[in-house]
Ligand binder design. Structure first.
Ligand code: G3P
Length: 214
């Protein structure tokens, strides 16, 4: 499973990329607003660090989304244009597929939306699991349903588990065979940790001290 960082903070991308485990970054207008700065510069900095950087269009009509998609994809070959799951978005996905522009469909909340986005030509679909959990539904159940549907067909579209909120989401996504999982910085930092690893290392180091004294 590929791991993406869900952030618009370039320092966070540089830090996690240095671990050797990062396959990409997902940004969205809310994350960009939180960090401030010039969006294009941010995206280009990230493109030097990871092979995939999702940059979201902010228009809502096909004509405008199309223009933004062409512009953003021209910034760098590592840019993946993020398009919202709307009818205008579907037209944009179809257009981008024809032009060889890579796309990620955002705000996917149902299997039917996933199928439509895949058929329109999305390279990636992003079901938001945490936001389903927030309204009392089981977000991971949607991933299970999409992966089950995918198992019957030959969709090339990758399923990216988005809106993850805690480490268990990442493990569950992998066990369901999701292709990609995007992870917020604070959750990513928790992934390498286990209390038994810390306790075990302390004991090894303490025992090694006694070997050195002999
Ligand atoms: O990148 C989109 C998604 O991961 C947003 O997550 O926490 O705002 O629901 P969240």
């Amino acid at each position: 499973m590929k791991l993406f960082l869900d952030t618009a903070n370039t320092a966070q991308v540089a830090e996690i990329a240095a671990w050797g485990v990062l396959d990409g970054v997902t940004t969205n207008p809310s994350l960009v607003a939180k960090e401030g700065g010039d969006f294009k510069k941010t995206v280009l900095t990230m493109c030097k660090l990871v092979p995939n950087v999702s940059a979201q269009v902010t228009a809502t009509t096909f004509e405008e989304m199309k223009k933004q998609a062409v512009e953003m994809s021209g910034w760098h070959k590592r840019v993946v244009v993020k398009v919202p799951m709307t009818v205008e978005g579907l037209k944009t996905l179809h257009y981008c597929r024809g032009k060889g522009i890579r796309t990620n469909t955002t705000l996917v909340f149902s299997v039917n939306q996933a199928i439509l986005a895949a058929k329109a030509g999305a390279n990636i679909i992003s079901p938001f699991i945490g936001r389903l959990d927030d309204i009392g539904q089981d977000g991971m159940e949607l991933i299970a349903e999409i992966m089950q549907a995918w198992s019957h067909y030959d969709f090339q579209t990758e399923v990216l588990v988005a809106s993850t909120r805690h480490p268990r989401h990442i493990a569950d996504a992998a066990m369901l065979g999701a292709h990609i999982c995007t992870v917020p910085y604070d959750v990513f930092k928790k992934l390498p940790l286990h209390s038994l690893t810390d306790i075990g290392l302390q004991k090894f180091l303490k025992d090694w001290e006694s070997v050195k004294k002999k």
